[in-house]
Design a protein around this ligand. Structure first.
Ligand SMILES: NC(=O)c1ccc[n+]([C@@H]2O[C@H](COP(=O)([O-])OP(=O)(O)OC[C@H]3O[C@@H](n4cnc5c(N)ncnc54)[C@H](OP(=O)(O)O)[C@@H]3O)[C@@H](O)[C@H]2O)c1
Length: 249
């Protein structure tokens, strides 16, 4: 039986690299693995660490690069879309580019060209679709984004719901864990945590945010990568809950 094909779109980003490493570490490599990158060439250290996978340059804004995937890799069984302009400040700076990239229209149109509409699209959204006025949002709470990043993510969700039949949308809050194989250019919470005195940071935050940060700092004690034979090996801690205004974004 042929192996399932998994394509990580945005494989050079923070989550993308961890996913690639997780898949590559699974004993017996039960999947054919490919990923996309925008910057070229992709980091050699990443290619070395996940040898055997295919790398494709793709620009979600223009849609260039997908044809090469069709020819070489074929139709994926699963696509995990980790590509985005994920830094809120960058979205504010260039809202048009953020919309064009964060709404994955070129990716979805490419998938729609396959005769079999069987590919599962797993799309990363964010808790920044919520207003952030309360705790523990549920999926059916109304999305009221307060920044450009959140607005583009809501548009992406609407687009996928309208256009796709086989999909899952994950509204993640902050994702933190170890640095990636090839360090990502953006500032990560773990880097801040190692440099800052947590207690001084807490003093600067009030009320509800203090509570959330206490939970965050508690969880940071559990940062060591975990290994298991059953699922993706590198454990990333995903803090669910309401939107926070992170001082470094
Ligand atoms: N990290 C978090 O805490 C967090 C929290 C909630 C939700 N999310 C969501 O989770 C997903 C992954 O986040 P992340 O932190 O891993 O993001 P990231 O580190 O910023 O990675 C973004 C990825 O998108 C790619 N990309 C950027 N512009 C592109 C374009 N025009 N065409 C194609 N690819 C492009 C980048 O490629 P290059 O590296 O080659 O430029 C990179 O691989 C995003 O959708 C983000 O919104 C993240």
């Amino acid at each position: 039986m042929s192996k399932k094909k998994v394509l990580i779109v945005g494989g050079t980003g923070y989550l993308g690299q961890h996913l690639l490493q997780g898949y590559a570490d699974i004993t017996g490599r039960p999947y054919d693995l490919a990923f996309t990158h925008r910057s070229s060439p992709p980091p050699q250290v990443l290619l070395d660490a996940i040898s055997g996978s295919l790398a494709f340059p793709v620009d979600l804004k223009s849609g260039s690069g997908f044809e090469a995937i069709s020819k070489t890799f074929g139709q994926p069984d699963v696509v995990v879309n980790c590509a985005a302009i994920s830094v809120p400040r960058a979205c504010e700076h260039d809202a048009d580019a953020a919309l064009a990239i964060n709404v994955p229209s070129s990716l979805v149109k490419w998938l729609q060209r396959f005769n079999e509409k069987s590919t599962l699209l797993i799309h990363l959204s964010t808790d920044q679709v919520y207003e952030g006025e309360k705790s523990f949002y549920k999926e059916d709470d109304v999305a009221v984004p307060v920044n450009v990043y959140g607005k583009t993510k809501v548009e992406a969700e609407k687009f996928i719901i309208e256009q796709c039949s086989n999909f899952a949308i994950l509204r993640s809050s902050i994702i933190y864990g170890p640095q990636t194989i090839s360090p990502v250019p953006k500032s990560l919470p773990i880097q801040r945590a190692s440099k800052c005195n947590w207690y001084l940071m807490l003093v600067g935050l009030i009320g509800y945010h203090v509570f959330k940060w206490l939970r965050l700092s508690h969880n940071l004690g559990d940062m060591t990568p975990h290994y298991s034979n059953q699922c993706l090996h590198r454990r990333l801690i995903v803090e669910s809950g309401p939107q926070l205004t992170y001082p470094w974004i």
